[in-house]
Design a protein around this ligand. Structure first.
Ligand SMILES: [Zn+2]
Length: 463
């Protein structure tokens, strides 16, 4: 049993008003809302840090199971009620604690937002305190955990956000948000860029909705809708006992983004090559331009980003490619129900050597592998309950997938064989096996999973 998660984005329309977008006052209200919520969060972070002993409190309760009184850590809900009692003026508690009068500092803030700020603060302070306790225990002098920051994307719990998407006219669909305009809290309608993709995912019965999160960025504002699904997956240990188990292995590379091989009963039954369609070269051209511009403009100014549009374009390229490759991996998994997805454990690779643009490009390529790994894992789990295993990557590209001997990589250059580490082909001197090097590596991932050939567990000698 596990839980799959996904996020669907709904962009707010911030184009010019005469083009159907929100006006600037509405845009400013969003910034003001985020700001005041950050301030509220900071207030409660200070409050909980000043009363840290309350977070460590144990409460006694009657256990139905053991039929006796027991103690447990105080729950987040109890902390919330306690914090509200101390800081908010109500009819029962007309006088909040001296210096902690929330109602006075933030008049008329909707209680839903206040509670969300308290919940965020509890989480942040709890994690900070436990990190600091661990740090104290470790006896290190460096790396003291810093105080928790208050900035975060606000979660829109029920009562602060209503979607109106029923209208047949796409232009008149909007979302109603409770926002702060600098003086008071009010409901404001924001036009949204609704599309069929969003609707389809939003109305998907299989996925459960969580509260949306408001993401305000300099150039775009979006609502992120997290959704979760309960997935029943078989344990890999149990699947491994099945002799007819299908394993899907993926080898991630730069030009061949993914080489997928499917194996059953010690035979490769399907191979899929996913190429990058020139993404690597395309990205390299952009990075070359960035490197040149940075060189021309000299020393960068601290706190300022250069070439923002270009960087954003490159990030989008990468993200998009990662999603597409991950989808094709998940599609292969869907064809073999009950299969296990195998990846090599990714190593930390530091890009070095070559020109600056080449290093930057390598860095992005390595980043892309990580993204593909992550997205493929999520998509395969959500669509066909496939579990992912990371295997030992040692020597997958150097050993022969047929006999297990150490081989070499080579390429043809003008008709002559050129033995090189970057060679596209693989040759085994022991059994004269020749194959595409990436395919050979992908086939070796299966061996690593089943501990065959070179990947047999080493016998530990004692004494
Ligand atoms: Zn061989």
């Amino acid at each position: 049993m596990g839980q799959a998660t996904r996020t669907t984005k709904l962009l707010l329309d911030l184009d010019k008003r005469n083009q159907g977008g929100a006006n600037t006052a509405k845009r400013a209200a969003l910034d003001a809302t985020v700001e005041i919520l950050n301030a509220a969060r900071a207030f409660y972070i200070d409050f909980f840090l000043a009363h840290a002993e309350k977070l460590a409190e144990r409460v006694s309760y009657y256990s139905e199971k053991q039929l006796e009184m027991r103690t447990r850590a105080i729950s987040a809900h109890e902390l919330l009620t306690w914090a509200e009692g101390c800081t908010v003026a109500t009819r029962e508690h007309p006088h909040p604690w001296e210096g902690w009068n929330f109602t006075e500092v933030f008049p008329d803030m909707p209680f839903v937002y206040r509670r969300s700020a308290i919940k965020d603060a509890i989480g942040k302070v709890r994690s900070y305190l436990s990190h600091r306790a661990n740090w104290n225990k470790s006896g290190k002098h460096k790396g003291e955990p810093g105080r928790p920051g208050a900035t975060d994307h606000p979660t829109l719990y029920q009562g602060t956000c209503t979607l109106h998407l029923e209208s047949a006219d796409v232009k008149s669909r909007f979302v109603q948000l409770k926002v702060y305009d600098g003086k008071e809290w009010s409901w404001v309608n924001y036009p949204v860029q609704c599309n069929r993709y969003f609707e389809q995912r939003h109305h998907d019965e299989a996925w459960e909705h969580k509260s949306p999160i408001l993401i305000v960025r300099p150039h775009e504002v979006a609502l992120h809708f997290p959704q979760t699904k309960e997935v029943e997956a078989k344990k890999v240990k149990e699947s491994k006992l099945d002799p007819a188990l299908v394993t899907v292995a993926v080898d991630l590379n730069v030009k061949n983004l993914a080489v997928i091989t499917v194996r059953q009963r010690e035979r490769i039954i399907e191979t899929v090559f996913v190429t990058d369609h020139g993404l690597d070269a395309h990205r390299y051209q952009h990075l070359k331009r960035i490197a040149k511009k940075q060189w021309q403009s000299g020393k960068p100014i601290k706190g300022e980003h250069s070439n923002q549009e270009l960087w954003r374009h490159i990030d989008h390229l990468n993200e998009d490619a990662a999603h597409k490759v991950a989808r094709s991996i998940a599609n292969v998994c869907t064809r073999y129900p009950g299969c296990v997805l195998l990846f090599e454990r990714l190593r930390k690779i530091k890009a070095k050597g070559g020109s600056k643009s080449r290093r930057l490009n390598r860095k992005r390529a390595n980043h892309l592998r990580g993204k593909i790994n992550q997205f493929a894992r999520e998509k395969a789990f959500a669509t066909c309950a496939t579990c992912t295993v990371e295997v030992n990557p040692h020597g997958t590209s150097q050993y022969c997938s047929r006999c297990g001997a150490k081989g070499e990589r080579f390429s043809y250059r003008g008709g002559t064989r050129l033995i090189a580490k970057w060679g596209k082909l693989f040759f085994c001197p022991s059994c004269r096996y020749e194959a595409n090097a990436d395919f050979n590596a992908s086939a070796n991932v299966h061996h690593s999973f089943f501990h065959e050939l070179h990947w047999q567990p080493r016998i530990m000698r004692s004494g």
